[in-house]
Design a protein around this ligand. Structure first.
Ligand code: SF4
Ligand code: SF4
Length: 381
């Protein structure tokens, strides 16, 4: 059996030269750049830019990691572009705030179009056979994905596979939450997206990861590791091992294996580089239970309201900005927002809510968290 390979390289900070040396070493451990990139190829770098936040907040792939990978690939003769479609709003402003625009400008890497796209048919998709894919992806010969290691309310981990969700431009992303309220269906769609785009290489920024209320409002947590692989399922699985999370609780793992993207089984993964035991962080704050599947039929509303964790607003943090209501994909909205009366806080309507957690993901103040219900916590004990 040929094992999937994941390289782990210790890197204890975001100093440009340190990160570059770590990236060079990681790439050597998985066979060298020339295994993935040929001179003259058009390669698009896809960092994780959920929202334009300063790098210290750890919402986004750090610019030093982006820059190190860009420098190495340019040295190998690649013609680079970069992009991502954030959770809300246009790409350019977000890129500026994250420091990624400056990093790209320093290397002369042009931005790719992630604000518009084309319908692309994916006949062999397990569940979803039609995507709108960003023009910046379609124009490239290949994609190098640069995920950030973070927690996620719906998928537990936002890592290598989830990173490609930003290859779908703007509001087209929200439609998938509506069409696929079941977290396992949503995860299978993410796998389909990956088997369509097929990034060649994944380099995950876990130097300072995010734990707790991720993917936007969690806390930075130092793990001092960069992860390298061409197998996104194995990469996510090893990231899980580092944060002491069962990879089977990440709903992309099993469909990822089924779709032939790779393996999440530890005995089928070869780990190269630094000793994984030195990175394992058992008290990493992540939800260590599987997502609750969406029930169908008459049980659906009952179970959803009594068992499925729900988004809850902390009024002491809420500034009544209305972003939560804007990003809520259901119609009518599952969050009542009162723009004409600023004394009133937005209010969830749980009967309408599909538990996609977009509001939690994108609240700029970290005022929304996903809370277990009383019955849900009894069941999950
Ligand atoms: S997005 Fe957050 S801060 Fe803004 S209104 Fe909603 S809960 Fe309040
Ligand atoms: S209220 Fe929040 S979790 Fe519920 S459907 Fe709207 S965005 Fe999704």
């Amino acid at each position: 059996m040929i094992k999937s390979k994941v390289a782990l390289v210790r890197c204890d900070g975001y100093d440009d030269e340190k990160v570059y040396a770590a990236v060079v070493r990681g790439m050597e451990l998985i066979g060298g750049v020339s295994c993935y990139i040929k001179p003259g190829e058009k390669i698009v770098l896809k960092p994780n830019v959920l929202w334009g936040s300063e790098p210290e907040k750890c919402v986004t792939t750090h610019p030093a990691v982006f820059k190190a990978v860009g420098r190495l690939l340019q040295g190998a003769g690649a013609q680079l572009t970069y992009g991502d479609s954030p959770g809300f709003g246009k790409t350019a402003l977000h890129m500026q705030r994250t420091g990624l625009k400056k990093a790209a400008d320093d290397l002369g890497i042009a931005s790719a179009d992630f604000d518009s796209g084309e319908v692309t048919v994916h006949k062999s998709g397990l569940l979803n056979k039609r995507f709108v894919i960003a023009n910046g992806i379609l124009a490239a010969d290949g994609v190098v994905s640069l995920p950030k290691l973070k927690t996620h309310g719906l998928t537990r981990l936002t890592g290598a596979i989830k990173n490609q969700f930003g290859c779908i431009p703007g509001t087209f992303k929200g439609q998938f939450h509506l069409k696929m309220p079941d977290p396992y269906d949503f995860a299978t769609m993410l796998v389909d997206l990956n088997s369509l785009i097929r990034p060649r290489l994944f380099i995950m920024d876990g130097i300072i990861a995010m734990e707790g209320n991720g993917p936007r409002n969690g806390n930075p947590r130092r793990l001092n590791v960069l992860l390298f692989s061409s197998d996104p399922v194995a990469l996510d699985s090893i990231a899980c091992r580092i944060i002491d999370l069962n990879p089977e609780f990440v709903p992309t793992s099993k469909p990822g294996e089924k779709a032939g993207l790779g393996t999440y089984r530890y005995d089928e993964i070869e780990i190269a580089g630094d000793d994984i035991e030195t990175f394992i962080t058992r008290d990493f704050d992540v939800t260590r239970r599987p997502p609750v599947p969406a029930a169908s039929g008459r049980m659906r509303t009952f179970l959803k309201n009594r068992v499925t964790p729900r988004p809850v607003i902390d009024k002491t943090k809420c500034t009544r900005c209305g972003v939560c209501s804007k990003v809520c994909p259901v119609n009518p909205k599952a969050i009542e927002y009162y723009p004409e009366d600023k004394s009133k806080f937005p209010q969830h309507k749980y009967d309408l809510c599909i538990r996609c957690y977009c509001c939690q993901e994108l609240c700029p103040e970290g005022a929304i968290s996903v809370k277990n219900t009383f019955l849900g916590s009894l069941i999950s004990r």
